[in-house]
Ligand binder design. Structure first.
Ligand code: UDP
Ligand code: MG
Length: 329
């Protein structure tokens, strides 16, 4: 909706949809609900909390149902199995019909207390307000990987305004959510897509505490998978790089071949016996280097091909087992 057409009442008090992916968050869900409730009561906001249960194996779903019994503003989408955090957000966005939509994690690493500040920026005309983490309370290795990843993404993707150190925690105007719903990617990278959509975007800085309870669902393998999805879905630089490296290697080997052949000719004329002891090093190093590079490039190619393959099957992004309080509007 155009801001000029948005009524003053909406701007003053927008209805808020929270989209919260949950995978084994039985301990966090009730605390999260009460923290959100407190903030929304303070600012007297109308809200709905869309919890997407991403195939939890603990009691998350029954905890959510209990919350819903108490407060029907808690709405539930329950997946038939675990489809992943990013897909869970996509599902939540499909059914979020508030004037603004807030995406946040269930473990309270994204503090609901930031909402008034985000709303203020939204009233100021921004359509996406994302949280920017200052210092993370995570292991140095994870912190280091995050740093490298975001900087690499910024360097190689055409999205030059992709925010550094911003995660999925954000407030989006309903206009942006409408656009986000059009993505049919089977391996979506929400924070990239959100930047790709455009509109006026800004960040609010916040301190990201450790998770309230339970363990992080992102081990290193999952983090790398997400990082790969981000890097590969927003850049074909890796593919182009292979051509570039291939060209350089070809040039080097042609030069080297020329060098060797002139040497051979000289030796031939000088001593008349081809006393060239065949060395090991050059061919072995050369071959293994080239083989290594070839496998790397094959791997990169394979990554893109596998993405084309999985997207071409056109499978549904997720399967819903149960929907409670969710209507297709
Ligand atoms: N999550 C999910 N499905 C998954 C993994 C995670 O819905 O397969 C949810 C999880 O419950 C949490 C959010 O995604 O609400 C972020 O996960 P987590 O806190 O484990 O990630 P981290 O903050 O450690 O990066
Ligand atoms: Mg977390």
């Amino acid at each position: 909706m155009n801001r000029s057409r948005m009524s003053d009442a909406v701007i003053k008090k927008p209805s808020i949809s929270f989209v919260i992916p949950m995978f084994n968050e039985e301990e966090c869900a009730p605390v999260l609900y009460s923290r959100i409730l407190k903030v929304c009561n303070e600012i007297k906001a109308k809200f709905e909390l869309i919890a997407v249960d991403d195939g939890s194996s603990d009691r998350t779903l029954s905890v959510l149902k209990k919350l819903r019994k108490k407060d029907p503003r808690v709405k539930i989408i329950s997946f038939a199995r675990n489809f992943g955090h990013q897909i869970a957000i996509i599902a939540g966005l499909k059914y979020a019909f508030g004037d603004v939509v807030i995406v946040m994690d269930a473990d309270l690493q994204d503090p609901p207390e930031l909402i008034p500040e985000m709303l203020e920026k939204w009233r100021g005309g921004y359509k996406v307000i994302y949280g920017v983490r200052d210092e993370r309370e995570e292991s140095w290795l994870k912190k280091f990987c995050y740093k490298v990843f975001y900087r690499l993404l910024l360097k190689i993707s055409p999205l030059k305004n992709i925010p550094l150190d911003a995660g999925d925690f954000c407030l989006m105007d309903k206009r942006v959510v409408l656009e986000m719903r059009r993505f049919k990617e089977d391996r979506p990278f929400i924070r990239g897509l959100r930047t790709w959509v455009g509109f006026k975007q800004t960040g609010v800085e916040y301190h990201r505490p450790g998770r309230l309870a339970g363990k992080s669902k992102y081990d290193f393998i999952r983090l790398f998978r997400l990082a790969f999805d981000g890097l590969l879905s927003f850049s074909t630089l890796a593919l182009r790089m292979t051509i570039f490296v291939g060209l350089i290697i070809s040039l080097l080997s042609i030069t080297y071949a020329l060098y060797i052949s002139t040497n051979r000719v000289l030796i031939f004329f000088k001593v008349f016996n081809a006393d060239v002891i065949p060395g090991w090093t050059t061919p072995v190093v050369g071959i293994s280097l080239l083989m290594g590079l070839q496998f790397i490039f094959l791997g990169i190619l394979g990554e893109y091909v596998s993405r084309i393959y999985s997207q071409s099957k056109d499978r549904p992004q997720y399967i819903v087992d149960e929907k409670l309080g969710i209507r297709d509007r």
